[in-house]
Design a protein around this ligand. Structure first.
Ligand SMILES: [Zn+2]
Ligand SMILES: [Zn+2]
Length: 376
């Protein structure tokens, strides 16, 4: 960086006084401060402004002293002095971390939990400033310590709040507030009703932004956050996976083969679960609307229990193989065969007949057929 660049960044003319440089830097840097402006690029712009200000405030040494470097501490001090007018450094209190315990059922369906937190809140006596004005307040800022200005920015206008330079942000002659001893906040117990959404897992944190400890930064009220760690009681039979509650259900081999109805425990109470016949080991059977927030399912994975003495079972199956393959069919209608009555066999002994004819001299009609002799 050189002098021309630094002047350009701060939009100053050559020969600007130290006071002009200081005022200009405060004005421009306030809106870009990383604590206040989270926009992309704001931090880089702030760094640029700081470098330019630092350059103009402490021009680089003469070439013969090129090796000399100011300490970082000194540089930082310079910037902060300009920014806060030498005001005391802000002490940011820590975030609050606490924990609570909920039942497994509450973790599935969601619940509201009351928690009591010891925290620092804004002191009313000094409006959270830590100091009260003695006598007249500053006319430049009406005792506020800050002034609001509208600036041109990228063709538009932005409103920024900056520290009052008349009183260096003090707002007038001040003394420490007697109630909070100048700390701006007082310790107290606060009750919170925290909504815990269904599906939370043990150890997960819920953030309550701005509900933690109060502090004042550049005359503005700020608060840290509360982080609530939720501990969930274990359930011996159920656990949450995504939107589902998962369980294992033991069924005997007989129940799996034949089908059955089992009583099961859910977060909504006892329910009946139908197991179809021919169910297999590791099959999943679900109860809809019994999972997370009453929307997900409760899924049961079947654990088919084989009999202790499997050899006996094999023997039993081998002894009656038809059990495996027998297919029941409707009995076919029985066809009853009616036996025909036997016709009496007529045996005529031909010789006798012939003899008769011969003896009695009777004529035999020609069409009488003489049965043949049986062959056997
Ligand atoms: Zn003032
Ligand atoms: Zn106070």
């Amino acid at each position: 960086m050189n002098k021309a660049e630094a002047l350009k960044i701060l939009d100053l003319k050559d020969g600007a006084s130290d006071d002009e440089v200081k005022k200009k830097f405060r004005k421009l840097a306030f809106s870009k401060h990383p604590d206040r402006n989270k926009e992309e690029g704001a931090e880089d712009e702030y760094k640029k402004l700081s470098s330019a200000y630092e350059y103009l405030k402490n021009p680089p040494p003469e070439p013969k002293r090129a090796g000399f470097r100011r300490s970082t501490q000194r540089q930082q001090g310079g910037i902060w002095d300009a920014f806060f007018g030498g005001a005391k450094q802000i002490k940011v209190p820590p975030h609050i971390q606490t924990s609570c315990k909920i039942s497994f059922k509450d973790s599935v369906l969601g619940c509201n939990k009351k928690i009591r937190i010891k925290r620092i809140i804004k002191c009313d006596d000094c409006s959270g400033q830590g100091q009260v004005t003695v006598g007249d307040s500053c006319s430049g800022c009406r005792g506020l310590g800050t002034v609001t200005e509208t600036l041109q920015h990228r063709g538009g206008y932005v409103t920024v709040q900056r520290m009052c330079t008349d009183c260096d942000g003090r707002g007038g002659d001040k003394k420490d507030c007697s109630k909070c001893s100048g700390s701006a906040g007082i310790k107290t117990d606060s009750d919170f009703d925290v909504e815990i959404k269904g599906g939370i897992l043990s150890g997960q944190k819920i953030r309550l932004p701005g509900a933690g400890n109060y502090y004042s930064a550049m005359g503005m009220a700020q608060s840290t956050d509360i982080f609530l760690i939720v501990r969930v009681d274990r359930d011996p039979d159920m656990r949450i996976v995504g939107n589902q509650v998962i369980s294992t259900l033991e069924v005997t081999l007989y129940e799996a083969l034949k089908g059955t109805t089992k009583k099961v425990r859910t977060v909504m109470g006892e329910r009946s679960l139908e197991i179809r016949s021919g169910a297999r080991h590791q099959d999943k059977v679900s109860l809809t609307g019994h999972g997370v927030r009453g929307i997900g399912d409760h899924s049961f994975t079947l654990n088919v229990q084989y009999p202790e003495d499997t050899i006996k079972l094999i023997e039993a199956l081998e002894a009656k193989p038809e059990i495996e393959t027998k297919v029941e069919v409707e009995p076919e209608p029985k066809i009853v065969e009616i036996e025909a009555e036997e016709e009496p066999e007529i045996i005529i002994e031909t010789e006798t007949v012939v003899e008769a004819i011969v003896e009695e001299g009777i004529e035999i009609e020609a069409d009488i057929e003489i049965p043949k002799e049986k062959e056997d």
